[in-house]
Design a protein around this ligand. Structure first.
Ligand code: ADP
Ligand code: MG
Length: 212
């Protein structure tokens, strides 16, 4: 067994065989550096270039935190754009193939709100979306985050670039203090330090070398 194998982690056997079927035979460096801490519930702030496997790093972590028999939102992934949110949802569904009855919902702007409201009648386990639309649902009460366990800020640098700071702050105010907060970014502009210190508790800082 390679030391980079996912089987060094404490994961359900179904997840290990699923990863194998997906062709994920070894952890990527960012996964290897962040997953042990993520699976222990620690906050992590991770920097690694595009294409390095950041989605599975937080995805495997959040899937492990979810109780499927509880129909409440337990994980939220904030992304800068609809395209990125769709990509994250797609990867999460691949990683969750072994999990029966798990509901993953994508909520982004630029799409009509009616069908989103209907999808929220039964709360999903995992929500992936853009900050503005998530904020809208929280304000109306159609989405509830009182039982949130894991918050992910994905592509945090791009969200800051796009001016989402205040929206993110508002969304975070609807989540419990007890949550785990994971921040992933390809670069670390100044603003990252600020939002990390605001929203994270003693995060493990992981940086994988390589230009974006
Ligand atoms: P990032 O978010 O860092 O830009 P992604 O999470 O989108 O990167 O992953 C890039 C690609 O790598 C995806 O196609 C994904 O399926 C693949 N991938 C992720 N982890 C592994 C792994 N451990 N082994 C093989 N491929 C992987
Ligand atoms: Mg990514």
């Amino acid at each position: 067994m390679s030391t980079h194998s996912f089987s060094v982690l404490t994961l359900p056997a179904e997840q290990l065989s699923n990863l194998n079927e997906l062709g994920y035979t070894e952890m990527t460096p960012i996964q290897e550096a962040s997953l042990p801490a993520i699976l222990q519930g620690q906050d992590v702030r991770a920097k690694a270039k595009t294409g390095s496997g950041k989605t599975a790093a937080f995805g495997i972590g959040l899937l492990n935190s979810i109780t499927v028999s509880q129909f409440v939102a337990q994980a939220l992934v904030l992304c800068p754009t609809r395209e990125l949110a769709d990509q994250v949802s797609k990867e999460l569904r691949r990683l969750a193939r072994f999990t029966q009855n798990i509901k993953i919902l994508t909520l982004c702007g630029g799409q009509s709100i009616g069908p989103q409201n209907e999808s929220l009648v039964r709360q999903p386990h995992i929500v992936v979306g853009t900050p503005g639309r998530i904020q809208e649902h929280l304000r109306k009460g159609s989405l509830k985050l009182d039982d949130l366990k894991v918050l992910v800020l994905d592509e945090a640098d791009r969200m800051l670039d796009m001016g989402f700071s205040e929206d993110i702050e508002d969304v975070v105010s609807y989540t419990p203090q007890s949550r785990q907060t994971l921040l992933f970014s390809a670069t670390y502009p100044d603003g990252i330090e600020r939002i990390s210190s605001k929203f994270q508790r003693e995060p493990l800082k992981v940086e994988i070398e390589g230009e974006d």
